[in-house]
Design a protein around this ligand. Structure first.
Ligand code: HEM
Ligand code: NAG
Ligand code: NAG
Ligand code: NAG
Ligand code: NAG
Ligand code: NAG
Length: 609
């Protein structure tokens, strides 16, 4: 602004230059992950070191790179191969050295897209010790846009970004429930929310660029608390266990009053129903409290198993070892059940840290802000929640922990497994009740100066979209987008991910998967328990503990922790392909959400989370 004013006053001809130029890195001239450094206001330098490219803009491939680029199939081709040819994959899956080789390739090719050690953050678009060492920040995969650019997204697009509310209303909000064609269940949706909130825990006081989860990965802070003080409040200090209470003969988390660990509950929730667990916000939905209860039971169960083998171990050793075992179980379930389901692959994924022992791989992880943003999968949420014979609208469901005790874990698992989740990509599927969260994502992304969807596509080895129709795969939303953004290179990351054309019969489009998978696998395999010195039976109390990890599954987790007959627990609703009844049911339930006042509901919650 100042520069424009001074240009106006002293150098009329300069206006054109300032408006079109700005910081020369605004046009993102360095391709193939080359690093742009502005040299004054007119020139820039691209550092192409080790990119495999050279030239002023890092566009010229070295010979080996050229061969690799020629041979490399596109992500969509690879995806097509992996999600088809079931008979072929069944053979591969049963030949262990082939399965191992492919799994190793999946892990290395994905995780090599993540910079490790991490580089930038919201306040540093160049490398610095502060950005590296300050764990209060989420890291950034692409540096924030320079502040002095001609347009909000660099040099292309309109002078102003579209109004966030209008954008959300036109393109993001749900008209009619669109079920996930991959058949994800609410059991899946709540697992996603529960699992990821251990490392996506934005610091409301500091702002969206900061996190309270300093473990930056799978540390189970959502079960044990984000710091030692909270952990101690939740621990029983006997036999390694966590505090609990028994209601109707079943184990549940203790109350806030009993343990003194703060939780976020609105005033109307009675004391007796204020459960205390690791994550302060898990009273938000019964789906989260269900998983919190299951994991609490699992921890105490594992303590019993360990004590049986090691009667001489003190409380702390039982606690610490159980925590490591639960971390292992979590990673096993995430890779072999959760990611397996999400990927739709006919190739059978495998959790085996040994696959990486001979590879170049860093056992460390830092959570990216962009990973958090892309994981805002609120379209998964249905219009209403069907539990046993009851239907809960959002106001009845949110912050209602009595849903958990009224139905019990077993019935919740059964009902959540049966109900289908919504499709995430393809546009217009965010439930009105959580529209404020989508708005917030847009606003936060702008505040943090995210680069465009197409910039991220390039960063993760995808071809940038050439047109709006290329992005959405249809005409209507493409036209709306064009009017709002002017140029496809100016489309923002989060709205782009939600309106992107889904892959054939899939929940997501290409960008969500090709960006999300690297973050996810790096975070899972970068865990210290996957490193050579940790990954051995003695770390987990011997073969008994090691076996618990290596045989873990969602179904087992549930069955080990409910009384009586064990319900089917699955991330996939039963036979959805040839049965559309779920679909019809969910959409007829839409009236349930019409009486929700989104603003009131969310104002309450935005301050709570
Ligand atoms: C009824 C269900 C849900 C409600 C009411 C809800 C509500 C919220 C709210 C109020 C926020 C904070 C927004 C802000 O102030 O920035 C939030 C954040 C978030 N939600 Fe949800 N959500 C729900 C389900 C889900 C599901 C199923 C996922 C799946 C992954 C999810 C992923 C996230 C993520 C990743 C964040 C960011 C967390 C952070 O940065 O701390 N949510 N949600
Ligand atoms: C580098 O990119 C800029 C714009 O992005 C372009 O004007 C210039 O011609 C390119 N230089 C070379 C050598 O390709
Ligand atoms: C991290 O950065 C924030 C913002 O500059 C600052 O307030 C905080 O004290 C830093 N934390 C550490 C541990 O240096
Ligand atoms: C919470 O759930 C319980 C148990 O199903 C139900 O009786 C109650 O009406 C719900 N509370 C609200 C505020 O809807
Ligand atoms: C679909 O499933 C329901 C039960 O969930 C069953 O009653 C119905 O017969 C099934 N329809 C078809 C076409 O398979
Ligand atoms: C679908 O709705 C009908 C009534 O509209 C109900 O009888 C049936 O149990 C529902 N099925 C499922 C799978 O929720």
């Amino acid at each position: 602004m100042n520069r424009i004013i001074s240009a106006l006053l002293f150098l009329p001809l300069g206006i054109i230059f300032v408006c079109e130029g700005g910081n020369p890195c605004c046009s993102q001239p360095c391709l193939n992950r080359g690093v742009c450094t502005a040299m004054g206001s007119e020139d820039y330098e691209c550092d192409c070191t080790r990119t495999g490219f050279y030239g002023h803009n890092c566009t010229q491939p070295e010979f080996l790179t050229w061969i690799k680029v020629c041979l490399k199939p596109t992500p969509n081709t690879v995806h097509y191969l992996l999600t088809n040819y079931k008979a072929f994959w069944n053979i591969i899956n049963s030949i262990s050295f082939l399965r191992d080789a492919i799994m190793r390739y999946v892990l290395t090719s994905r995780s090599h897209l993540i910079d490790s050690p991490p580089t930038f953050n919201a306040d540093y678009n160049y490398k610095s010790w502060e950005a590296y060492s300050n764990l209060s920040y989420y890291t950034r995969t692409l540096p924030p846009l320079p502040k002095d650019c001609p347009t909000p997204m660099g040099v292309v697009g309109k002078i102003e970004l579209p109004d966030a509310k209008m954008l959300a209303e036109k393109l993001l909000i749900r008209r009619k429930f669109i079920p996930d064609p991959q058949g994800s269940s609410l059991m899946f949706a709540f697992f996603a929310q529960h699992f990821t909130h251990q490392f996506f825990k934005s610091d409301q006081k500091m702002g969206p660029a900061f996190t309270k989860a300093k473990g930056h990965g799978v540390d189970l802070g959502h079960i044990y608390g984000e710091n030692l003080e909270r952990q101690h409040k939740l621990r029983l200090f006997k036999d390694g266990k966590l505090k609990f209470q028994v209601l109707d003969g079943e184990v549940y988390p203790p109350t806030v009053k009993e343990v003194g660990a703060d939780m976020h509950y609105p005033p109307h929730v009675p004391e007796s129903h204020r459960f205390a667990v690791g994550h302060e916000a898990f009273g938000l939905v019964p789906g989260l409290m269900m998983y919190a209860t299951i994991w609490l039971r699992e921890h105490n169960r594992v303590c019993d198993v360990l004590k049986e083998v090691h009667p001489d171990w003190d409380d702390d050793r039982l606690f610490q070892t159980s925590r490591l075992i639960l971390i292992g179980e979590t990673i096993k379930i995430v890779i072999e059940d959760y990611v397996q389901h999400l990927s739709g692959y006919n190739f059978k994924l495998k959790f085996d840290p040994e696959l990486l022992f001979k590879e170049r791989f860093q056992y460390q992880n830092r959570i990216s802000s962009e990973f958090n943003t892309l994981y805002h999968w609120h379209p998964l949420m249905p219009d209403a929640f069907h539990i046993q014979e009851q239907v809960y609208s959002y106001p009845q469901f949110v912050f209602n922990t009595s849903v958990v005790t009224t139905h019990g874990i077993s019935n919740l698992v059964e009902s959540f497994t049966k109900q289908i989740a919504g499709r995430v990509a393809g546009g217009r599927n965010v439930p009105p009740a959580v529209m404020m969260v989508a708005l917030k994502s847009i606003e936060n992304s702008r505040q943090m100066r995210y680069q465009s969807l197409n910039a991220y596509r390039k960063r993760f080895s995808m071809k940038p979209y050439a047109s709006f129709e290329d992005l959405t795969g249809e005409k209507e939303m493409a036209a709306e987008l064009e009017e709002m953004y002017g140029h496809v290179d100016a489309v923002e990351l989060y709205p782009g991910l939600l309106v992107e054309k889904p892959r054939t019969n899939a929940i997501f489009g290409e960008t969500m998967v090709e960006m999300g998978a690297p973050y996810s696998l790096k975070g899972l395999m970068g865990n210290p328990i996957c490193s050579p010195e940790y990954w051995k039976p003695s770390t987990f109390g011997g073969s008994v503990g090691f076996d618990i990890i290596n045989t873990a599954s969602l179904q087992r987790l549930v069955c080990s922790n409910v009384k009586g007959p064990c319900p089917v627990a699955s991330f996939h609703v039963p036979d959805v392909e040839d049965n559309r009844s779920n679909t019809i049911n969910s959409s007829t339930a839409q009236s349930g959400s019409n009486d929700v006042n989104p603003t009131v509901l969310l104002k309450e919650r935005t301050t709570e989370l």
